[in-house]
Design a protein around this ligand. Sequence first.
Ligand SMILES: NC(=O)c1ccc[n+]([C@@H]2O[C@H](COP(=O)([O-])OP(=O)(O)OC[C@H]3O[C@@H](n4cnc5c(N)ncnc54)[C@H](OP(=O)(O)O)[C@@H]3O)[C@@H](O)[C@H]2O)c1
Length: 335
Amino acid sequence: MNLLLLGGTAWLGHAVAKAAIGEGHDVTCLARGSAPAPEGARFVRADRDADDALHEVSEERWDAVVDLASEPGRVRRAVRALEPVAAKYVFVSSCSAYASHATIGADESTELLPALEADAMASMEQYGEAKAACEQAVRHAFGERRAAIVRPGLIGGPGDPTGRTSYWVRRFAAPSNEEAQVLAPDTPELPTAIIDVRDLADFIVALAAGSATGAFNALGDAHPLPAHLDSARAAAGSPAEIVAAPEAWLQDREVAQWMGPRSLPLWIAARDWYGMNARSTERARAAGLTLRPLGETLTDSLRHELEHGIPNPHGAGLTDAEERELLADFANAKW
Ligand SMILES: NC(=O)c1ccc[n+]([C@@H]2O[C@H](COP(=O)([O-])OP(=O)(O)OC[C@H]3O[C@@H](n4cnc5c(N)ncnc54)[C@H](OP(=O)(O)O)[C@@H]3O)[C@@H](O)[C@H]2O)c1
């Protein structure tokens, strides 16, 4: 297949390019070049905010295009330029495009957020609406028979630039305190799911090369948070003890949820968001999505961080000092 990848220099795009090259496809990556594209890919340097950005690649024929953008203007420009020369368009959207995250097991027919009219997001708060607008542009240009939309859930695995999906395995591997205690939220039923970047990349290549079209949720297997913590502890080979703190206690101490500084990653307090990480992946599995075990993803993530360093050391989770202070506070609390 002659594959045009709009992206390819960042984490997932790089993995998609590598997977496609590994399968013997001809891969061209188009990006500004903030980082190198994988060896074996042809690279076209272009800024997609420029009107003529797609000029060079619109003079060739493509079996498939894979687009990783989130700004509607970039996707609107790309589908206009590439519809005449590309057989199929695979757009990497997000589960954030859904209007509701309340239902466990919801499938792809769930309503999307209203599409962003503007070409660019005013802030990341508009990410879901922007992805919905990108999807709309792709469907409109390529029609149901030539468009495939992938809606990933949380992506993890070696090299996660956010550091959030590797927080728990990293925490178990290097506890902040001599007692080897790990502070976690007490959320026995919170669904978590991490799709390994390599599994997602393989699936995107399979969609580009195959005939399946329509929308596909692409999430890892759902595990309640305590099961994720058990897998992380096992992957780290750690004897650490989990100290499960009530959510209200954590919120009173301004511990953030999901990601970011002073957070407990993967934690979601709102019960009407419990469906976010527990969507149906039946369509994707039927179209070829296969998932490695969570333990393998966590083991490989930890190994990668030991070899290459933590990509975003203060970007996700509690620092050692923060965790120690919270654990001491918790031990002194009168329950
Ligand atoms: N992480 C998650 O958990 C998660 C969950 C759901 C969905 N997603 C989606 O998964 C995808 C992740 O992709 P990714 O890891 O490859 O990272 P990304 O940062 O979203 O990729 C952006 C790519 O687009 C290129 N780009 C950015 N601005 C450009 C411009 N003006 N002109 C041309 N190219 C431009 C970048 O390369 P240059 O900088 O070199 O131009 C890079 O290769 C995204 O679509 C994201 O929305 C992520």
